[in-house]
Design a protein. Structure first.
Length: 185
């Protein structure tokens, strides 16, 4: 989503003292533009030296195996992510995401689904409670997204995404506000 010349991105990234997660998201999972796997891989590789973690959607894990191995050989963690902007899929699909991350030897799993009912949130809570094989980042999007991000964070979700400028997913909190609310809970 950063539309700046590479030299300017590198200069800005050099000023950041917090850990950096790099991603170049697949268009079907929220990525801007219609970038193919090769272009998305190249974008991440260009900035791999600044990364603490990279986030690769599970649908691309097979095609991005060389990038995943390169990151892991440099001790950069890899998150396998799954996004559903239409709803919350079956429990089998959700558990399958974790199984796939294990298959590719990834360090963590991120699941973000659109919540259509409180029952969807309950299913994400159950998933977070039962899936202990990998660190899990679980969050909801949509009308229940904000509430889900607070509840799931307090129940053990390891990465809790917020926005700095404009939100890029429905249900995100501004980063400063999320940090304050989580501290209060």
């Amino acid at each position: 989503m950063i539309d700046l010349p590479e030299a300017e991105i590198r200069a800005l990234a050099a000023q950041i003292t917090l850990p950096i997660i790099l991603t170049a998201r697949h268009p079907d999972e929220g990525g801007l533009g219609d970038l193919d796997t090769a272009r998305r891989t190249a974008l991440i590789e260009a900035h791999l030296d600044r990364a603490t973690l990279i986030d690769i959607e599970l649908r691309s894990a097979l095609d991005m195996q060389p990038l995943i191995r390169q990151a892991q050989s440099r001790r950069i963690g890899v998150i396998g992510s799954f996004h559903d902007f239409h709803g919350t899929p079956s429990d089998d699909v959700l558990r399958g995401a974790a199984d796939m991350a294990l298959q590719f030897n990834l360090e963590a799993v991120k699941i973000a689904t659109t919540l259509r009912s409180p029952g969807d949130l309950a299913r994400l809570l159950q998933l977070l409670d039962t899936m202990k094989r990998l660190p899990f980042s679980v969050m909801g999007m949509g009308a229940l997204g904000r509430a889900s991000r607070l509840v799931l964070a307090k129940c053990g979700s390891v990465l809790n995404y917020a926005h700095l400028g404009e939100s890029n997913a429905p249900g995100q909190w501004p980063a400063r506000q999320l940090k304050e609310l989580l501290r209060e809970l």
